[in-house]
Design a protein around this ligand. Structure first.
Ligand SMILES: NC(=O)c1ccc[n+]([C@@H]2O[C@H](COP(=O)([O-])OP(=O)(O)OC[C@H]3O[C@@H](n4cnc5c(N)ncnc54)[C@H](OP(=O)(O)O)[C@@H]3O)[C@@H](O)[C@H]2O)c1
Length: 373
């Protein structure tokens, strides 16, 4: 297991490797976020969700990760269930290779998630029997806390998944560990039961942080932060942060959220669905106020924004291609630390990273995408 984690000096060293990208503002520090305030993190990160669970895709992801890190990306995102643990293992393989070539562990910010039960590399002959033997009979997943037959945030399960992810990635410390789509729980349990489960989950995550198994934790979501408060899956960020304070005090480690944000899913910015004071604010605004970093996902709407954007978007983002314009939009959003792009092909890494050498979109031009004029 590789020791260490991303540090201020390591990420500054990483930043110094890319003077042109650094001058353009591609590496930035989330200065409002305790524990990671002085880390230089890339405005674009590499995600590993999509793709077949096969050896060819493993190799492609490993090559894409190496290409990305060597091109100025130091935020890597996975989840234990992505491609049945194979994506974490591809990242682990790539990290080991990168370290042989002189990149140090403290330059990279490695993130993963747990929530969905997953197989080990491929679908077993009897999936139900596999889950029973691996998770239920062992007591890792208490059956009463399993939602939809596949989602769990129980303490024993999270502790188990942290160990497995550390092994898959080959690292002692995960920089950022997320609860994966916690809003999934709300499809079966009441809001009060849900917040009780979040409380118990945060306890185990605070302990993992104290033990050095993770550095900080967060919630990676799909619908939760993009919905109206009346919706069943809505997540109240202020309430969740207050649970972290109950569990970990002022110096708690709930320091990041992840949610989709792209030209087609702009709610993190446009929807005022979070309440703190008198007036509701957007999730991006509240996260900033609470000292929580925002990582965004689905920058290309799973590839669909890489073609057929209206020409004014390319023009206002000063980009030659649709993919570049969509990336420029996401990484230039106020309050976003890193916009994740799923890339299993190194050709995509090469073309997508071109935008990193441009300055971020100016506020007026960025805002103008929301007006018809
Ligand atoms: N709830 C959650 O926690 C959650 C949900 C969704 C996503 N995520 C995270 O966010 C990451 C990004 O989201 P995503 O992967 O779902 O979607 P995405 O980044 O919007 O799109 C990824 C897809 O776009 C393709 N692509 C990349 N660059 C391209 C280009 N220049 N031209 C054409 N196609 C291009 C990729 O192909 P190749 O693979 O062939 O390169 C892949 O199929 C995920 O990988 C995951 O790490 C988290």
């Amino acid at each position: 297991m590789i020791a260490g984690h991303a540090t201020a000096s390591g990420t500054a060293r990483f930043r110094a490797r890319f003077p042109d990208l650094s001058a353009a503002g591609h590496l930035r520090a989330p200065s409002h976020v305790l524990d990671v305030a002085d880390l230089w993190l890339s405005s674009v990160g590499l995600g590993t969700y999509l793709g077949e669970p096969d050896a060819a895709t493993d190799t492609h992801y490993a090559e894409a990760v190496m290409e990305a890190v060597c091109s100025g990306v130091n935020v890597l995102d996975s989840a234990i269930n992505y491609r049945f643990q194979r994506s974490e293992r591809s990242i682990g393989w790539a990290i080991a290779k990168l370290m042989e070539s002189g990149i140090a562990r403290d330059e990279m910010f490695l993130c993963t998630k747990a929530g969905y039960l997953t197989y080990d590399a491929s679908v077993p002959a009897d999936p139900r029997a596999y889950f029973m033997t691996e998770y239920i009979d062992t007591g890792i997943v208490p059956q009463r806390e399993l939602v939809g037959g596949m989602h769990c945030i129980a303490p024993s399960y999270l502790a188990d998944q942290i160990q497995r992810s550390r092994r898959n990635l080959g690292i002692e410390t995960i920089d950022l560990f997320y609860l994966h789509n916690p809003e999934q729980q709300l499809s079966e349990v009441s809001r009060e039961v849900f917040y009780g489960r979040v409380h118990a989950a945060f306890r185990v995550l605070e302990t993992a942080a104290e033990e050095g198994k993770i550095r900080i934790y967060g919630t990676a979501t799909w619908n939760g932060y993009r919905q109206d408060p009346s919706s069943r899956e809505y997540l109240d960020l202020a309430r969740i942060e207050s649970i972290a304070q109950e569990v970990g005090g002022q110096r708690h480690h709930f320091r990041a959220i992840q949610l989709p944000f792209n030209l087609g899913l702009p709610e993190a910015f446009t929807l005022h669905n979070q309440q703190t004071g008198a007036a509701p604010v957007s999730t991006l605004q509240l996260a900033e106020e609470l000292g929580i970093a925002v990582v965004t996902s689905a920058t290309l709407m799973q590839g669909r924004l890489a073609a057929r954007l209206p020409s004014f978007v390319r023009e206002r983002m000063h980009c030659d291609s649709d993919a570049e314009a969509a990336i420029q939009f996401a990484r230039s959003a106020p309050g976003v630390t890193t916009a994740l792009i799923g890339m299993s092909r190194k050709e995509h890494v090469q073309s997508n990273l071109k935008v990193a050498s441009k300055p971020l979109a100016g506020k007026d031009e960025w805002d103008s995408l929301f007006s018809r004029g």
